[in-house]
Ligand binder design. Structure first.
Ligand code: NAG
Ligand code: NAG
Ligand code: NAG
Length: 340
């Protein structure tokens, strides 16, 4: 069973094995390195070799950002390491897979849009000059991220393979496509005006501004809120086609801005490989937090063990004119807590 055949997530697996650093991506046979590609994906790779650096970069970023964003949660995105052999938490149309697909889709477009602006790609360059009239005190200039090209090629990579009938069940495909679009919408909304000051000794009498994307970690924070508010859907026949509708409130269609899932997740408290749950035993928790990383919530009421750890820090730093800082090394004991 192909894990819904998404190239981006397939790259996750490949990039993790360190191939990406060795591969020049200048010969079509390099595409074979990515294990488990379906023919459509192989073709996409061969035809867009110059984009593969950006794709692999996006896959790595997706992994790192997902784990950072979920480090305070019971499900901490560690199963992404096993890509492309997905564990059930990422295979079965869960809320967690909704987040990962949305993030990966945003990441690919993000990575391509930025690569265009940084001149890494011969086929694209800076984004077009914004049509809005610049505000007082600045003019458009610099080089904006090429969101248009990023979205165009990012969609081809993230969605294309899912349009093939081999990519899992129809409901899962609809779910993934929907969540990919949500990820890209959050990316679009993250576009902001960035400026640089000119003028005598930084007086900022002249400003040039351009449209740039926020970092992927910011986009992931938005998507995490959407993950927490995600809604369960089911699919329904609409003539010959199928459509997703909310399971509980099926009087309204699914909104474009919400993440959707088909299968409820376990609570991730205890280890259960069948459900893709690693459990939270030995996870670190925060005794003073009241959030999801609190010992109560993280340890699911099982309690925790305390231990002390000594950490070495820089301390008593002094500034010496001119221009360096010297510090001492201090040892400090900290209490840590891990779930029983
Ligand atoms: C691809 O890049 C490698 C390493 O830079 C080089 O040795 C090889 O000749 C290149 N292949 C082509 C077809 O340009
Ligand atoms: C995530 O959770 C698993 C299972 O409890 C644990 O083994 C792993 O170390 C955690 N990863 C991080 C980065 O905290
Ligand atoms: C624990 O949580 C508190 C309150 O949210 C926070 O101020 C503190 O930095 C956290 N400690 C660690 C080790 O993360």
């Amino acid at each position: 069973l192909s894990p819904s055949g998404q190239l981006v997530t397939t790259c996750l697996g490949a990039s993790m094995e360190g191939f990406s650093v060795l591969v020049a991506w200048n010969e079509t046979q390099h595409c074979k390195i990515l294990d488990g590609l379906v023919p459509d994906q192989l073709q996409l790779c061969r035809r867009n070799l110059e984009l593969m650096h950006s794709i692999v970069h996006a896959a790595k970023e997706t992994k790192g950002v997902c784990q950072k964003t979920f480090s305070d949660m019971r499900w901490n995105c560690s199963s992404i390491e096993y890509a492309p052999s997905f564990t059930p938490d990422l295979m079965k149309g869960t809320r967690e897979s909704a987040f990962v697909y949305a993030l990966a889709a945003a990441a690919v477009s993000h990575s391509i849009a930025r690569a265009c602006a940084s001149g890494e790609l011969p086929i694209c360059s800076c984004g077009s000059v914004p049509s809005e009239v610049p505000g007082p005190g600045f003019r458009w200039g610099g080089c904006g991220d090429n969101l248009r090209y990023g979205l165009q090629m990012g969609s081809a990579f993230a969605d294309g393979p899912m349009k093939s009938s081999k990519a899992g069940g129809q409901a899962t495909r609809l779910m993934n496509l929907h969540n990919n679009a949500v990820g890209r919408q959050v990316l679009i909304d993250s576009l902001e005006t960035k400026c640089k000051c000119h003028g005598v000794s930084g007086s900022c009498s002249v400003k040039t501004c351009w449209k740039g994307l926020q970092d992927l970690s910011e986009i992931a924070i938005d998507l995490k809120s959407k993950y927490l508010a995600a809604i369960k859907v089911t699919h329904r026949h609409m003539g010959t086609r199928k459509q997703l509708v909310p399971k509980e409130l099926d009087i309204r269609p699914v909104r474009e801005a919400e993440l959707v899932y088909l299968v409820s997740s376990p609570d991730y408290c205890t280890k259960n490989p069948k459900l893709g749950s690693l459990g939270t035993q030995d996870r670190q928790c925060n005794k003073t937090s009241v959030g999801s990383d609190s010992c109560n919530l993280m340890c699911c009421g099982r309690g925790y063990n305390a231990y002390t750890e000594s950490v070495v820090e820089r301390c008593q730093c002094k500034y010496y004119w001119c221009c360096y800082v010297m510090c001492k090394k201090c040892q400090r004991t900290v209490e840590r807590y891990v779930c029983k």
